[in-house]
Ligand binder design. Structure first.
Ligand SMILES: Nc1ncnc2c1ncn2[C@@H]1O[C@H](COP(=O)(O)OP(=O)(O)OP(=O)(O)O)[C@@H](O)[C@H]1O
Ligand SMILES: [Mg+2]
Length: 283
């Protein structure tokens, strides 16, 4: 019982941290169900989106007019220098934060017209989010972590755990369902975080540097998983990455430069000139 109470307290703290997000609702609020998504609309559409942070007297304009559409079945990478605003942008796309300028629509619905409860419901129903630093709840097992978004939907605990375990199997974590995060490797924690993002069957998966903390082999396995989800299940995937190899494996590539998004050609794995020079140097 004490463990259960501790897990509940932990969950409450987590819910508070992810601003207004992951709020518990037995059912989506009536207002979020009222307006059906516009048929054929992009899953996500950003137009002139800006984000300004104020820390004391210092104002920082991180995003300066981002235009971006994500359509069903897209596989898009977003690259950019550290501090360029990638996580800021992904948090806005994942409805974890609001833009300070511009317009954003999710399945045709204007986000600025939604209150925090509607944002939480919309996120829970259509978006899976993989955080830059996993953000698993330390006192919960893998299956309890993955079941969490389902219990926020009001799904019965046993049923939620069953679905969580099925999802863990899908990401090759079926043997570790009762492990807590500190009993898992980094790559395994990342898989659990991915399972948690997928357990609600979202149309859109947003992943913030999902391979950043992993060794190259584990990173490739995670990318393989994203490819399968995209190609087989048709889930739209947006991946923030520093890794040109990861970007190269995506269908579309974008870069965040000076607060704006530019579409780029797929980067090559290794610049040809570099390879040639290498070959000459090798004699
Ligand atoms: N809550 C906040 N309050 C004030 N400034 C913030 C806040 N969050 C982010 N920033 C600032 O916004 C800028 C972009 O941060 P962000 O985390 O989006 O960068 P990033 O591109 O994801 O970097 P990295 O590649 O290192 O993860 C940084 O200069 C950061 O200091
Ligand atoms: Mg970041």
């Amino acid at each position: 019982m004490e463990a259960l109470a501790a897990a509940r307290r932990e969950a409450a703290r987590f819910a508070k941290r992810v601003r207004g997000g992951l709020r518990r609702h037995a059912r989506p609020s009536p207002s979020s169900q009222a307006a059906p998504p516009t048929a054929g609309a992009p899953l996500l559409s950003l137009s002139g989106v800006g984000k300004r942070y104020a820390v004391g007297p210092v104002q920082t304009q991180v995003l300066k007019g981002v235009d971006l559409d994500v359509k069903a079945g897209d596989l898009l990478s977003i690259m950019g220098e550290s501090g360029s605003g990638k996580s800021t942008l992904l948090n806005i796309m994942g409805l974890l934060d609001r833009p300070t300028e511009g317009a954003m629509r999710v399945a045709g619905r204007d986000v600025s017209a939604m209150n925090d409860d509607e944002l939480s419901d919309t996120r829970n129903l259509s978006i899976g989010f993989v955080f830059q630093a996993f953000r698993l709840l330390p006192r919960m097992t893998a299956s309890e972590n993955v079941a969490l978004p389902l219990t926020y939907r009001g799904i019965d605990r046993m049923q939620a755990l069953e679905r969580a375990q099925a999802m863990l199997k899908k990401v090759a974590m079926g043997e570790r369902v009762d492990h807590r995060p500190d009993q898992l490797s980094g790559g395994q924690q990342q898989r659990v975080a991915i399972a948690r993002a997928l357990v609600t069957s979202p149309a859109l998966l947003l992943a913030d540097e999902p391979t950043g903390a992993l060794d190259p082999n584990t990173g490739r396995e995670i990318m393989q998983l994203f490819h399968e989800l995209n190609a087989v299940e048709g889930i739209a995937v947006v991946i923030i990455t520093h890794d040109r190899e990861v970007a190269r494996q995506c269908v579309h590539n974008a870069e965040l430069v000076e607060g704006r998004i530019t579409r780029t050609a797929a980067p090559t794995a290794v610049a040809p000139a570099f390879t040639e020079a290498d070959q000459q140097a090798a004699g």
